[in-house]
Design a protein around this ligand. Structure first.
Ligand SMILES: [Zn+2]
Length: 458
């Protein structure tokens, strides 16, 4: 069955392969080749051609030009014997081995492995032997893979530090205090509704170093804040697996809120708060003192603020002012302040943000659990309504923005702020703005700024 020619030395082809697995085991091409050449020398074969495929290349092992070339070589009867490094190493999977067996059977050419005591794939015994060796090798690979997977899971469940340097922590999981302070500041500002871009810009301008000494970007702020590790939580396969063995920089609730905020599908803080109209209640009717509400003016059809005529006996319904220009004027007046560093985040709004955000995050988690079948629909509905009741029971405080240093900074982030955050700033600047009656003077434009009489906090 061997196509060996009479009286001549057998012609041998050597096939080696570069692969990550083999290289990790120190079985680079040089080593494979050396062993194959040694076998050929021992058998007194004449090496006529060497073939080499590279599994690490861009083709990812799917295309093996030299395997095909070798096949053509064998089919053309240009070799008598093929030497490969090792049946169990080179044929890590059975399908690949079957390819070699088919090739050996079809061409009647022996395929010897440099290890495994020269298994001859062209004979049925050799084929059986190769299949057994390959099956064992595949089993070893699977077991190793499982051991590694289990080890990773064990580490995750034990809350081990994932082991790389990231913003706020050293490579060993120790807190870097200066960076931790920045993380806390970013979290507070984001949760108070400040824009991500404005925060990144501010940090860059202040010369705060990033992890890689570059400029701050919105993405870097988000990536830091949405990582559960800042709350001391260990993530495994994208999910929180355990409490980590390292200190938390922010509370778990704050982290849950941040994650919910940056979850895919959320518009990242551009959602309006509970308030829909910027000046409702802040503007007071000069005739009766009632807080004005937004509506469409009956005559001009323009959005306007008016004294609500029908609410109780106190409201007179006698004052109306156009909304757009009034809002612009008030915003401008507030932002023109040279210094609004008086603004402080009140503890009750911080608490409300934390609590309601944590409840929202829990609702999302529950929905996820229901989605993945961890809990039943009934359990989900029950838990959902309990959380919604708890949320409704939270007293809603007056929202205050975080401490901001200049009016310029507020202006920067104004566009990104939800109405509730904008309003919180106005509330921190104005006690109220009294709207005086329309003056009947000829030539006066529709909007008369002299009608607005602000009272400032001192
Ligand atoms: Zn009134």
């Amino acid at each position: 069955m061997n196509a060996q020619r009479e009286g001549a030395r057998a012609r041998a082809a050597i096939y080696t392969r570069i692969s990550k697995d083999l290289q990790l085991e120190g079985l680079g091409v040089a080593r494979q080749l050396k062993d194959c050449l040694a076998l050929a020398a021992k058998q007194d074969w004449e090496v006529v051609e060497k073939f080499e495929d590279n599994d690490i290349s861009a083709s990812g092992g799917k295309v093996r030009p030299d395997y095909d070339r070798l096949k053509a070589f064998m089919e053309a009867g240009a070799v008598d014997v093929v030497v490969v490094y090792s049946a169990d190493r080179l044929h890590r999977n059975s399908r690949e081995l079957e390819d070699w067996i088919d090739l050996a059977s079809a061409t009647g050419i022996n395929i010897h492995s440099a290890t495994n005591g020269s298994i001859d794939l062209s004979t049925p015994d050799g084929q059986t032997m190769a299949r057994v060796v390959t099956a064992f090798a595949a089993g070893e690979v699977a077991k190793t893979r499982m051991r590694i997977t289990r080890k990773h899971l064990e580490l995750a469940e034990a809350g081990a530090w994932p082991g790389q340097k990231c913003y706020g922590f050293t490579a060993g999981g120790k807190v870097i205090e200066e960076e931790a302070a920045i993380i806390r500041e970013m979290a507070a500002r984001v949760l108070a509704g400040e824009g991500i871009n404005a925060i990144a810009r501010d940090l860059t301008e202040r010369g705060i170093p990033t992890a890689r000494a570059a400029a701050w970007r919105a993405a870097s702020v988000i990536n830091i804040l949405k990582a559960p590790r800042i709350a001391g939580l260990r993530v495994h396969k994208g999910k929180v697996a355990s409490k980590g063995q390292w200190p938390a920089i922010v509370s778990e609730d704050v982290s849950a809120m941040l994650r919910a905020k940056f979850a895919p599908g959320r518009s990242g803080g551009k959602r309006g708060g509970p308030r829909k109209h910027l000046l409702t209640g802040l503007l007071k009717c000069s005739k009766c003192g009632t807080g004005m509400v937004k509506s469409i003016n009956g005559k001009s059809k323009k959005p306007s603020y008016r004294c609500p005529r029908n609410v109780g006996a106190a409201a007179c319904g006698g004052t109306t002012i156009v909304a757009a220009e009034t809002e612009s004027w008030v915003i401008e007046a507030a932002l023109r302040l040279h210094d609004v560093s008086v603004l402080k985040q009140s503890s009750d709004s911080e608490e409300w943000l934390e609590k309601s955000g944590a409840l929202d995050a829990r609702l999302e988690e529950l929905a996820g659990d229901y989605g993945t079948g961890t809990i039943s629909r009934g359990e989900w509905m029950a838990a959902k309504s309990a959380i919604e009741r708890a949320k409704a029971a939270l007293p809603v405080p007056v929202m205050r923005p975080p401490k901001l240093s200049t009016g310029e900074m507020v202006r920067d982030s104004w566009e990104d702020m939800p109405v509730s955050a904008r309003r919180a700033i106005l509330d921190a600047v104005f006690v109220k703005i009294v709207v005086l009656p329309r003056r009947h003077v000829t030539g006066l434009k529709a909007f008369d700024p002299d009608r607005l009489s602000p009272e400032w906090w001192r």
